[in-house]
Design a protein around this ligand. Structure first.
Ligand SMILES: C[S@@+](CC[C@H](N)C(=O)[O-])C[C@H]1O[C@@H](n2cnc3c(N)ncnc32)[C@H](O)[C@@H]1O
Length: 347
């Protein structure tokens, strides 16, 4: 069935970013199928003048508001619909609506006190709606390696899987490395800023989210450091599974120590994605950047002002030659706490 709807006509290369923003603003129409042609993507939206005009401000004339015909998507049952009648409403309300899919594995964050038999029902319901072979209840990220404890609640135990982001294959040891599919657009956004010929340092690369996106798009060289040997093992395997334009050089070690082996103003760009600790490494990264280089630092705070204050305090205390260019909220972290990206320029 076709339906007419208000929509945004967006050039292909901006589409993913705009879709994420529309989702976050709650004005993307999930009941209609997004339409694409060679040049443009047509994204159906709910009528919401104020929100749309605030969004359009960022894009000028590149994004147009118009009307078009879209195919209706029949409402699919979510895993929580399958639990109705099997689990009390009180428990059902405490189970999150969403879960992550990493290759053949689903990860869901459940309340700690959820009885085991209910967790098992949740796992079985997820297996009915998602094409996965295992469902794990996950803890928050823990320790230096930022890895989650996983408890199998449905399917068979799995150690390794292949996860795909923007066509890039990642080999993942699911219980041993940090993985967060919500970072996929952030990986892409940073990779799109890079130019051919750049020398990039990915200081806390994990399995190489930023590194592989960059090398996929550009003839750049990325040094990727991580202290978790399993993350570096995954990255080495992924490098051989993808056709890359650029080079990725994995290094296993503590970034504080490894960075001492890089002498002078080397890097055009440094990515510091270890939000709980990155600020402690800012002085080290500034020492190896060229004049005019970009540093993308991820950190936790409750507001943009809060974050700017934290970063500027470190800049002042350590007399660093860098300035804050931009601060962007990226992900939720805890109630009233968010992960922000702070873009800095070496001056
Ligand atoms: C949030 S995860 C990184 C995620 C990765 N950048 C991505 O986009 O998927 C933080 C990473 O920092 C690594 N790490 C923690 N302390 C480190 C250190 N001192 N030196 C290097 N890596 C470190 C952890 O092992 C973990 O993989």
């Amino acid at each position: 069935m076709m339906m007419k709807s208000l929509c945004l006509k967006v050039p292909k290369k901006l589409a993913n970013e705009v879709i994420m923003k529309l989702k976050a603003l709650g004005i993307l129409r999930a009941d209609l199928r997004i339409r694409r042609n060679e040049e443009y993507v047509y994204i159906p939206i709910k009528p919401s003048k104020e929100l749309v005009s605030s969004l359009l401000k960022d894009y000028g004339e590149a994004v147009e508001i118009t009307e078009s015909l879209f195919t209706h998507i029949p409402k699919q049952l979510g895993f929580k619909d399958l639990l109705k009648g099997l689990v009390s409403d009180e428990l059902l309300n405490r189970i999150p609506r969403s879960f992550d899919i990493v290759g053949k594995v689903a990860l869901v964050q459940l309340p700690n006190d959820l009885p085991n038999d209910v967790a098992r029902l949740v796992g079985e319901a997820i297996m009915k709606v998602a094409n996965v072979k295992a469902v794990y209840a996950r803890s928050p990220v823990l320790g230096d390696y930022r890895v989650r404890n996983l408890r199998l609640i449905a399917g068979g135990d799995i150690d390794e899987t292949i996860y795909v982001e923007y066509g890039i294959k990642f080999y993942v040891l699911v219980k041993k490395v940090y993985i967060n599919p919500s970072l996929s657009t952030e990986h892409r956004r940073i990779a799109e800023l890079v130019h051919d010929g750049e020398l990039v340092l990915d200081m806390f690369s994990g399995i190489g989210g930023f590194s592989l996106h960059i090398a996929k798009l550009h003839e750049a060289t990325v040094f990727s450091i991580d202290i978790n040997p399993y993350a570096i093992q995954c990255l080495i395997r992924s490098i051989s599974m993808n056709k890359l334009k650029g080079k990725v050089i994995p290094i296993c070690g503590d970034a504080k120590v490894v960075i001492k082996y890089f002498k002078g103003d080397l890097f055009d760009r440094v990515i510091m994605n270890n939000p709980t600790r990155a600020l402690n490494f800012l002085e080290d990264s500034v020492k190896v950047t060229k004049l005019g280089a970009s540093i993308h630092l991820y950190t936790i705070g409750s507001s943009v002002n809060d974050v700017i204050e934290d970063v500027e305090k470190v800049i002042k205390d350590k007399s660093l030659n860098i300035e804050v260019i931009n601060v962007q909220r990226v992900l939720d972290y805890a109630p009233h706490q968010y992960i922000f990206r702070v873009d800095l320029r070496r001056s």
